[in-house]
Design a protein around this ligand. Structure first.
Ligand code: S3P
Length: 180
């Protein structure tokens, strides 16, 4: 398998679609570093995302995302980066790296979360998933932006498991990324 000769690879997509899991798997495959924007923010604040939302509010969280985006653009190379679902609003996203959009239907995402062994935890840690109706509206509002920003789109519902998605990504890199 050819390792893509490029800068960073960024996973975008709605909450719970599996960005972190796949990013970690891909980093292992490419023998490189995996970063997660939510984890960076939690470390910056020494607080869980849920607590940042409840004590400082969403707007403050979005400012932190923008700070992280600038830091990533300036300081990070050849890494796999998993982003929070709303990270697409940062102004310099395209300058950080090539973008892989993990796409799924809203129902597919909810099913994936509900079937997870740590389902309760997975749902509870995401403030914007607490109200299902509002989450679905957010999903609809964001879908087009994800699509427009993507260099590569992976429809996660078409694959049996992570392994197959990684295989597909490695194939796509040869044509989409390594030539850039
Ligand atoms: C958010 C997604 C979350 C996290 C925060 C806000 C969003 O990350 O950044 O709760 O706005 O979609 P995940 O996409 O990893 O759940």
């Amino acid at each position: 398998m050819k390792v893509p000769k490029c800068g960073n690879l960024l996973f975008i997509g709605f909450m719970g679609v599996g960005k972190s899991t796949l990013a970690k798997e891909l980093a292992k495959e490419l023998k490189t570093v995996c970063l997660d924007t939510d984890k960076i923010i939690e470390n910056m604040e020494n607080k869980k995302i849920k607590n940042i939302f409840s004590t400082k509010g969403e707007e403050y969280f979005r400012e932190l995302e923008q700070k992280v985006a600038i830091w990533l653009e300036k300081n990070v190379k050849n890494s796999i980066i998993s982003t929070g679902g709303g990270f697409i609003a940062v102004g310099n996203l395209k300058k950080i790296g090539k973008i892989i959009y993990l796409k799924s239907s809203f129902d597919g995402i909810m099913k994936r979360l509900e079937n997870h062994p740590k389902s309760k935890e997975k749902l509870a840690k995401r403030p914007l998933l607490q109200d299902r109706k509002r989450a679905k509206e957010l999903f609809k509002r964001r879908s087009d932006t994800y699509k427009k920003l993507a260099d590569i789109t992976i429809n996660v519902e078409k694959y049996k498991n992570k392994r197959e998605m990684i295989k597909e990504l490695m194939k796509l890199f040869d044509t989409n990324v390594s030539s850039r």
